[in-house]
Write a protein that binds this ligand. Sequence first.
Ligand code: BMA
Length: 370
Amino acid sequence: MKHSILILSTILFLTACGNANKGRSVTPPAETPRDELVQRLFSFVESGQIAYGHQDDLVYGHSWVVTDVENDPLGRSDVKAVSGAYPMVVGFEIGGIELGWDKSIDKVPFDLMRRAALTHIERGGIVTFSWHPHNPFTGGNAWDVSSKEAVASVLDGGEKHEAFLDWLRNAADFFESLGEVAVIFRPWHENIGSWFWWGGDLCTAEQYKALYRLTWEYFTKERGLTNILWCYSPNGPITPQDYMSRYPGDDCIDLLGTDIYEYPGDASLEDARVRYGEQVREMLTVLTAIAEDHSKLVCFSETGLEGIPDMEWWTKTLLPAIEDFPITYVLTWRNAHDMPGHFYAPWDGFAGAEDFRAFAENEKTVFLNQ
Ligand code: BMA
């Protein structure tokens, strides 16, 4: 671990300052919101801690939803109701923005999302955005994998290229509207599996990389959106070769992530717990090694056990799986207010809340006390 920390200590200025400063061993002052966010993330690694994150935490929970877009104080949170603190990281989903919708695919008004993101940052928290854009070729949703032409069609020279640039413009407009704050963005995630139109069997590695780079170049070069930390987050567990096979490049990626869920299926909870622990440790070992080689930070970008039937999931499954790795944060998925069984964090009245409190109080984890 000491070794990892030493190597990771070089990441900060490599990421924040680019290669010009390669070899220096002092931390530069944070000059931009982006530098500051890199330093925040790095500080968790340095102290051997892992920030906790929850998707859509401030805009709805298991049995409530914010309806007053403009005036709600955004003080409610399932995580806070149980642990007394907000998650340090809050994730938001911008699917639907590409079509100019005023609400996301998870029915969160974008005006509310913007206000919640800025409120969370103002309170001292960190914000990450995911994106499940519609299929630009078929008109279906992100999960429409009926055509292998979708990715090719949006690349330069493809028949949907111009229309796709409009989609990117809509997404970039949203990020621009956040103002001078730094956030994490992890588009084109879970790309080794084949359940999204940009998945492993749906395009070649070169096409995938071109899609990611087109997005990054449009945001950074065309639009000057330089306060975004870009996360690459394939589904895991996969081999290092598979992970790197579609890696868009060191110049455009800041954070290496992975999405792994616990799926008990027909297995007993005990077997599922063991399998999940092995998968997560295997993948975080891979990520840590790649991160050292490429001077990047690591996050566990999505995880969870739907409905949390395991009353000790937090301290006996998740924590042991992640605690030995220098990851900046772990994010569990959303507590849908309109799907009672679709939750990945506890809520007020949930039977397994005690174990989550122990997780929150553990010295390894970082929450936002406000
Ligand atoms: C999935 C589910 C869906 C949701 C999607 C995007 O995992 O939670 O209900 O629409 O993520 O947030």
